[in-house]
Design a protein around this ligand. Sequence first.
Ligand SMILES: *[C@@H]1O[C@H](CO)[C@@H](O)[C@H](O)[C@H]1NC(C)=O
Ligand SMILES: *[C@@H]1O[C@H](CO)[C@@H](O)[C@H](O)[C@H]1NC(C)=O
Length: 255
Amino acid sequence: MKRLLLLLCVVLLSILSLNSIVEAKIRHYRWEVKYEFKSPDCFRKLVITINGRSPGPTILAQQGDTVIVDLKNSLLTENVAIHWHGIRQIGTPWADGTEGVSQCPILPGDTFRYMFVVDRAGTYLYHAHYGMQREAGLYGSLRVALPDGESEPFSYDYDRSIILNDWYHRSTYEQAAGLSSIPFVWVGDPQSLLIQGKGRFNCSTPLVTAGSCNATNPECSPYVFTVVPGKTYRLRIGSLTALAALSFEIENKSF
Ligand SMILES: *[C@@H]1O[C@H](CO)[C@@H](O)[C@H](O)[C@H]1NC(C)=O
Ligand SMILES: *[C@@H]1O[C@H](CO)[C@@H](O)[C@H](O)[C@H]1NC(C)=O
């Protein structure tokens, strides 16, 4: 009897400790999506923001965690859906965000709960999957760390996500109508390139409407992050350009 009890205790203990090792966390986010006037490259236009920001918040999780995003659509006249690019959605196809394929869109005023497991470590992006909302600023990063006890085959001190994007001053409606017109109306080159949502348009360019561009607006100060000499930084760089193909380099550095 004593031996049986001891065995039971050992089994119970090992189950408990195993549980604490593999215990996954829940990463809960509450997002409100809306249109706001922003000047990401000094030129003011309507941008779709998450909690007032574009790019939206970076989701930080660890392999095996469950991510929950309660998304409120405050766009007033547009539906919305978010796709979590690269996440396999095993067992949760309805959270994939491909509007019209795996989910009905989230209607204005509604809140939808995205809930899914991030089953593989890595660098991912999320973006709108309704109309051209991605090009209007609805996107962000999702970073999934390795489980405890596992490490990358390289070491670093700091970890940063950077998203590159091309930026057009015409509304996404104008762009979409042009692309589907006969004859085709070409949108042309982007007015700016954004690094983590910040770019620089020359406000003295002829034909810029007075008051719509302010070169001293802090919203369009360059994207800066401070580095400490001697430290190693991991940069996770993603591109969500609509049309431009970009190269990324750091001035005076070779890799
Ligand atoms: C901005 O545009 C004006 C007018 O075209 C030009 O004179 C000026 O050199 C430009 N500034 C920069 C920094 O490119
Ligand atoms: C431009 O932005 C700065 C900083 O926000 C502000 O002080 C200034 O009044 C603005 N200029 C115009 C013409 O709106």
